[in-house]
Every structure is written in C-alpha cells, then in structure tokens.
Ligand binder design. Structure first.
Ligand SMILES: [Zn+2]
Length: 202
C-alpha cells in the first residue's frame, strides 16, 4: 500500500444478526452462481475474493463477510450488516458473527451514489477484467484497492453513470476487480453472468 495510506478500520459488533430467510435464500442463490464460475472464491494462498450485498432498511446493507470466499454455501452467520461507512477515515461499522471486509466501502460507495441501487456484486476475474478494462467505465489505475480514493472514485463514477442496461464498473487499480450493480440482486448478478458468457469464448 501507498505510504500515508489510512489503515482500514472495522468497528465490529460481534453479535448474531437475523434477517428474513427469503432474503438469505435469494443471496445464496445468486452467490452460488458466481461461486460456480469462480467469480467468488479463494486463491491458493488462502485469501478469499468476491462479495455480494443487498441494501436493507435505514441506510444499511447486508454483505457476505470477510474470509467466506472459500465456502460453496454460506449460512446466516457468514453475513454482516454494515450500518455506517466513512470514506475519509477508511472505516465502517458492522454487526454480525462475521465481520465485513474492507471491500464493503466500495459497495457503500455505489449505494451512496445511486438511491435506486438495491444490490452490488463484486467479483474477481483476470481475463474478464483485462477484456473490459477501459472499455467499460473504469476507475484510475493509480487508485488502489482498499483506499478512501477508491471508494470516492467509485462513488463519483456510479453517480455519473446512473442506472442503465449495463451497470458495470472496472476497478482499474484493483487487478481482477469488477463491480456490478442493479435494482435488485438478480439484476446485479445477471450483469456479470451476461458479460462472462459474452466474452468467454473470445
Ligand atoms: Zn476485490
């Protein structure tokens, strides 16, 4: 990380959260499609990647927790509720038996930018990222993952884009990182799956 970088701070309340079973099943359905395509998963070094979130009441959102990438299926304890995010101080407040990752800030950025967004999906895929880089709205290559600048860049890009048929942001300085958003989870996931299928055989 760049010198002077503000370390990510997670104000975590390690307490069980409950959310509707229907919402859980819908998150699991979308997540498992992404997992099967290895768009969410774990690198050989044990680091997990990819996360999905859905907007909930009161300005909060529910997101797959930190270090859950390796699991084919999750249970409710693997999710975290993010209630606050502060880009300037690179911090979030969350609650759940699993804490939310630094990437939650990027999700928060999209929700802040566009009130119509109901869900955000973040995946990693090198070949797709390389194909889409600078062909879709792309954040500057100078801006690194996990920095306040990335959250601010995503927020301003999303605000500029608005909602369209293809709500995709390529994270230029986060190699492999792709974001999709939509009115709901199905729509956000479909954005990624469609791109994956369209470019797979190129
Ligand atoms: Zn990422």
């Amino acid at each position: 990380m760049t010198e002077g970088y503000i370390k990510f701070q997670c104000n975590w309340e390690a307490e069980e959260i409950h959310f509707p079973e229907e919402l859980f099943l819908s998150l699991e359905k979308e997540r498992s499609m992404l997992y099967q395509l290895s768009l969410i998963g774990m690198y050989p070094d044990g680091i997990g990647f990819g996360n999905i979130s859905v907007r909930t009441e009161g300005g909060s959102f529910l997101i797959t927790g930190s270090a859950t990438g390796q699991f084919p299926t999750l249970n409710q304890s693997h999710y975290s509720m993010v209630s606050e995010s502060d880009f300037e101080h690179n911090s979030i407040s969350c609650k759940g038996l699993t804490k939310a990752s630094a990437e939650s800030l990027t999700h928060a950025a999209v929700y802040k930018a566009l009130s119509e967004v109901g869900a955000v999906v973040h995946v990693h895929c090198l070949w797709l990222w390389e194909k889409l880089l600078n062909n879709y709205p792309t954040t500057s290559g100078e801006i690194e993952y996990g920095t306040p600048e990335m959250a601010l860049a995503v927020q301003s890009l999303a605000a500029k884009m608005g909602m369209s048929d293809e709500n995709i942001i390529i994270m230029g300085g986060h190699r492999e990182g792709i974001l999709a958003f939509g009115k709901n989870l199905e729509e956000a996931t479909l954005q990624i799956i469609n791109l994956y299928n369209r470019y797979r055989n190129d």
